[in-house]
Design a protein around this ligand. Structure first.
Ligand code: NAD
Length: 306
């Protein structure tokens, strides 16, 4: 995979633990230039941790060098234009010294700095009531989840799409809760992921016709990222996948990074509007083979042994 000379903008990197970082690293391995969008409130902690070498181990590439980024932009994907930012956010101490973090402004800055990009990645989500069952989710919590986690991609396509070169590609990260009930993934986040996947198809058509750009989603398996840990039951979901997925092995973030690199490269030049599962096959299962309901001898599920 050779992406030398290609430029990628990846929104949603706040540390070295999540899928955004892994995708950036896999793209960098392929020679791509990396531009990062980091959630505005995390800018200081992220840049100081980077400078202090806290991410050096994760940044190391197979050729012995460290992954670097060309430029980092503070971003808040909940806002499209400066007029959308409420006063309490503008005045918040973590935003006050920053400017130009709405999506239209970041796209303009990127355009002024480098002109075009070849790759756009949306690796971000936020649902303030994610720990609440849908039945207990407020209207504002639900709309906030949809706004930050799904409309943010529509808006990114609207503002960054014109920067993408013909043949370029965009990608977002989704989760199985879009099509299957996953108790615990609440607050409207399952609805947001369903919207995101539907939008991926519609945007693939519109961006394909308008700019010759491809749009895909990766439905990733459970990973103990910062965002996932905030939800609370991620360790159990990782264990569940290990016990029940077709591939009973840990899921490494770089496996998502490499699949993303494929989808974002010309090797996937005829793939658009698709959701690719990168989850050790978890999505293909219809029963939990470790369920206590299947524990009696007669009910035991046939699990092939090695
Ligand atoms: P992560 O914490 O690395 O990434 C989420 C990022 O979103 C963070 O950096 C956070 O700062 C950023 N963010 C939140 N609100 C934002 C906003 N308004 N504007 C800009 N940035 C904002 O965690 P992750 O789990 O790697 O998440 C990346 C993507 O992968 C998300 O879309 C998530 O839903 C998806 N995903 C995660 C898992 C998992 O198990 N971790 C599984 C499937 C899909």
């Amino acid at each position: 995979m050779d992406l030398k000379g290609k430029k990628a903008f990846i929104a949603g990197i706040g540390d070295d633990q999540g899928y955004g970082f892994a995708i950036a690293k896999a793209l960098a391995e392929a020679g791509c230039e990396i531009y990062i969008g980091t959630w505005a409130p995390l800018i200081n902690i992220f840049t100081s941790s980077w400078s202090a070498g806290k991410f050096d181990k994760s940044r190391s590439l197979s050729n012995g060098s460290l992954m670097d980024y060309c430029k980092l932009y503070p971003i808040d994907a909940s806002f499209d234009t400066p007029e959308d930012v409420p006063v309490h956010i503008k005045e918040n101490k973590r935003y006050k010294k920053l400017d130009g973090y709405t999506l239209s402004e970041v796209a303009l800055k990127l355009s002024n700095d480098i002109g075009n990009i070849d790759i756009l990645v949306h690796s971000l989500a936020n649902g303030p009531e994610v720990k609440k069952p849908l039945l207990e989710t407020s209207r504002s919590g639900y709309l906030s989840a949809i706004s930050s986690s799904a409309y943010s991609f529509v808006s990114m396509m609207k503002y960054f799409g014109p920067l993408l070169t013909a043949g370029g590609a965009a990608l977002n990260l989704t989760y199985l809760a879009s099509t299957r009930a996953i108790p615990g993934y609440g607050g409207g986040m399952s609805s947001a992921k369903a919207a995101l996947e539907s939008d991926t198809r519609t945007l693939a058509f519109e961006a394909g016709r308008k700019w010759g750009v491809r749009v895909n989603a990766i439905s990733a398996g459970a990973l103990g990222s910062r965002a996932a840990k905030a939800i609370g039951f991620i360790d159990s979901m990782i264990e569940y996948a290990h016990n029940n997925a077709p591939l009973s092995k840990p899921l490494e973030s770089m496996e998502i990074g490499r699949a993303a690199t494929f989808l974002l490269s010309n090797w996937a030049s005829a793939i658009t509007g698709t959701t690719l599962y990168v989850d050790n096959g978890m999505h293909a299962m219809g029963v939990a083979v470790d369920s206590p309901s299947l524990s009696t001898q007669e009910d035991k599920i046939l699990v092939p042994t090695s």
